[in-house]
Design a protein around this ligand. Sequence first.
Ligand code: XMP
Length: 513
Amino acid sequence: MRIENEKILVLDFGGQYCQLIARRVRDCKVYCEIKSYKTPIETIQRSGYRGIIFTGGPNSVYEENAPKCGKEIFQLGIPVLGICYGAQLMAHLLGGRVKSSDVKEYGKTETEFDTSAVLFQGQPKQSVTWMSHTDYIAEVPEGFQVTAHSQACPTAAMENREKDLFAVQFHPEVEHTEQGTEILKNFLCTACGCKGDWEMSSFAEEAISQLKETIGDRKVFCALSGGVDSSVAAVLVHKAVGKNLTCVFVDHGLLRKNEGDDVERIFRKQFDMNLIRVNAQERFLSRLAGVEEPERKRKIIGEEFIRVFEEESKKLGKIDFLCQGTIYPDVVESGTGDAAVIKSHHNVGGLPEDIGFAGIVEPLRDLFKDEVRRVGLELGIPSSLVWRQPFPGPGLAIRVLGEVSQEKLAILREADAIFREEVALAGLERSIDQYFAVLTGIRSVGVMGDGRTYENTVALRAVTTSDFMTADWARIPYDLLEKVSNRIINEVPGVNHIVYDITSKPPATIEWE
Ligand code: XMP
C-alpha cells in the first residue's frame, strides 16, 4: 500500500473490532496502521501520526494483566480517540474513575449527544449507538466534559478539547451505530486535520510487487476453492509469478451441487492457470466419521487439506510457498494478538505446525470481503465470480450439524441448491450477502399423505452484511420462503420441516457451527 504522510495509528488493546476500526478509517480515505498497545512511545512519536485511536478490548482496567500504555501518550500533542475499553483506559490513566457494574449494557442503545462537541458536530441530538460493556466511566478526569450519555451509561462520551482527547464508550466502527462514520470523520478531519484523499486503488499493484519480491522465481502452490478470496489471491499471485504458480483444487466432497465442475472449468479455461483437481471425497469423509464437535471438524479438514497439498506438491518437486486466501475476519475471529477466540477458521487456526512449505503468502490478510471484491474487479476477474457468495473452507461439513455422512450431505446439497436457485430467480442474489441451507440434526414429526413421518429439519439462513463481522437476517419475502419450502419438501426426500433463522450476528454467527 502507498504510505501517505497523513496517517492514523490504531492502537490495538485486543478488541474484536480492531481491523474494523482500521477499515472504517480507510473508508474515510485516511491511511492507517494497526500496532500493538506495547509499541514503545518513541516509535509512536517518530512515526508522525496525525491521530491515535485506542481500540476496545475484553479486559477491565482493574485487572492485573489488563493491556495498558503509558500516560505519556497523551502528552505527545497528537489527538487521541479512545473507544470502549480504550475510553475507560484514557479515563483511568488521567485520573478519572472507572466503575464496575453488575449489569452489562449491550446492543442498540438510544444515546443523547452534546452536538457542540467536536465528535458530534452536525449530527442529531439523539441517535442509536452500539454498546457492549460492563465497566463504565463514573467520573471523567480533570479538564474533560461529558459529551454523551445513555440511560444506563452516564459517560457515553467525553472530550478534553484543549488537549484534543476524545473518548466514546460505544462502538462507532460497528454499523449499528447510526452516526458512527460521521463521528469517526469528525475525529479524523476536524480533530486531526486529515484531508481524506487516500485511495485503495494502489493495493493490487503494491500487493503484486510485494509478492514478486517475496517469491522471486520460486514456486508457489495455491489452495483454490473457487470462492472469492482464494480466487483473488490466486490471480494476484498468478500476475506476480505466472506459471510458477500451481493451483490445487481439492474436491473434499463437501462442496455445493455442481461446484467442483464449475471451478475446474473457470480456472482452467478462462484463466489459463496450472490447475490440479484432486478428488479426495472418500478420504475427508472417512476422517470425519464419528466426529461431531465443530472445532474438531474444522481442524481435521484443515489438516487434511494440508496433507493433500503436501502430497500433490511432492509429486511436483520442490514447492516453496503456499498461497492462501485468508482475509481479515478469518484472522480476527481465530484470535490473533489479544482478541478472544470465537471460531478457528480452518485456513488460519487449523494449520499444523509441521507444514512442509518454506512459507505462506496471504496477500489479502488485511482486507475485508467487500475490499477483496474491489481488488478482484480491478484485476479483471469476471463479476459473476467476484460477486459469488462466500463459502467456508470446511464447506458443507459445518452446515451438517454433528456427524457428517454421505446421506446427510446429499439431502443438504439438494435443499441448498433449491434455495439458491429460487433466490436467483427472485433477483435477490446481490441484495442478500450470504444464504444457504443447514441440516440441523433435529428429527421432527410430520404428516405426509395419510402417514406419519419422522424426518429432518432444514434451516434456511440468509443474511445481509457488508463485512461479515456483524450481520442482520435478511427480510426475505414470504412468497419466496413459501416457494422454497414447498419445493424442498416435494423434491428432497427425508425433509419434513423447514425453518427460517431470524437471528442477527451478534449474538449468533452466520454459520451454525
Ligand atoms: P461466522 O459463522 O463466523 O462466519 O459468522 C463469518 C464468515 O466466515 C465464513 N466462515 C468460514 N470461512 N473457514 C472459512 O474459510 C471457516 O472455517 C469458516 N467459518 C465461517 C462464513 O461462511 C461467513 O462468510
